[in-house]
Ligand binder design. Structure first.
Ligand SMILES: [Zn+2]
Ligand SMILES: [Zn+2]
Length: 253
């Protein structure tokens, strides 16, 4: 199984998960034209995508979904809450129940975020490899902590540095929203999760949804590194413009 980010941040998100001939796209916050360019960078076309999963209805995750899905006839799945008012045909998912799509098993994980029914996802491949995607979450719940243990690859939100958010350009109400219990994850909260989950299997950590105004990749990286101590894996940042290259998920015996 392998995973790649098309781009990550408040101006648009999209993640590809591929196992054998199954390829899933999670969220799409880019225009059709922009998406084609980003897919081409990863040697993919719309015809390769078997389904689009949507985490929640915020524009940076949903804006590109309906147009792309209708143009290329790709099935879309999301929770009933997220689907409310969706502009395309949707198969509803139960955010407590796993389901297969082709070679990939999808486990939704409900998260606290200021959306109608937000769900993040954990993907399991044919060799029991686990890829966790976790962004747009205001705080870590016990359920999240339990679910995201034993991932081989983790794409984890490090949205803001508390100091930078406090001193930054956002109006007070927006600062409160971002830092609130249904907002986004700070570097310190992400570090707290990393310190509390079983990370022996973790081979690749991808710091994601990094704010361009309230954070720096260097700060997020340093905080995560600190939390992981002597961890020897591969630590990278998913960029808003560039996303990531394909990341190969190690096979489990
Ligand atoms: Zn977002
Ligand atoms: Zn959001």
């Amino acid at each position: 199984m392998r995973v790649a980010s098309l781009g990550s941040g408040s101006r648009g998100n999209g993640t590809l998960i591929e196992e054998g001939n199954t390829c899933l796209l999670v969220d799409l916050g880019f225009s059709v034209k922009e998406t084609l360019i980003r897919l081409a960078r990863l040697s993919k076309t719309p015809a390769d995508i078997d389904a689009i999963l949507v985490t929640h209805e915020h524009a940076d995750h949903l804006n590109g979904v309906a147009g792309f899905a209708k143009k290329y006839d790709i099935p879309v799945r999301m929770t009933a809450g997220t689907a409310w008012g969706a502009d395309c045909a949707v198969t509803r998912i139960n955010c407590h129940q796993s389901f297969p799509i082709g070679n990939i098993d999808v486990q939704p994980v409900p998260v606290p975020h200021d959306a109608r029914e937000p769900s993040q996802f954990i993907f399991t491949g044919q060799h029991r490899e686990r890829v966790g995607l976790l962004t747009d979450i205001g705080h870590i719940t016990p359920h999240v902590q339990q679910q995201y243990s034993r991932c081989d690859v983790l794409l984890l939100e490090c949205n803001y540095d508390s100091q930078m958010l406090e001193n930054g350009p956002y109006p007070q109400r927006l600062k409160q929203r971002v830092a609130g219990i249904q907002g986004h994850l700070s570097n310190d909260q992400a570090a707290q999760l990393l310190g509390s989950v079983e990370s022996a299997r973790l081979a690749h950590l991808v710091l994601s949804h990094i704010s361009e105004k309230n954070n720096l990749p260097s700060l997020a990286t340093a905080t995560a590194q600190d939390a992981l101590g002597h961890w020897q894996g591969d630590l990278m940042v998913s960029d808003q413009q560039l996303g990531t290259e394909w990341i190969e998920c190690p096979r489990n015996a």
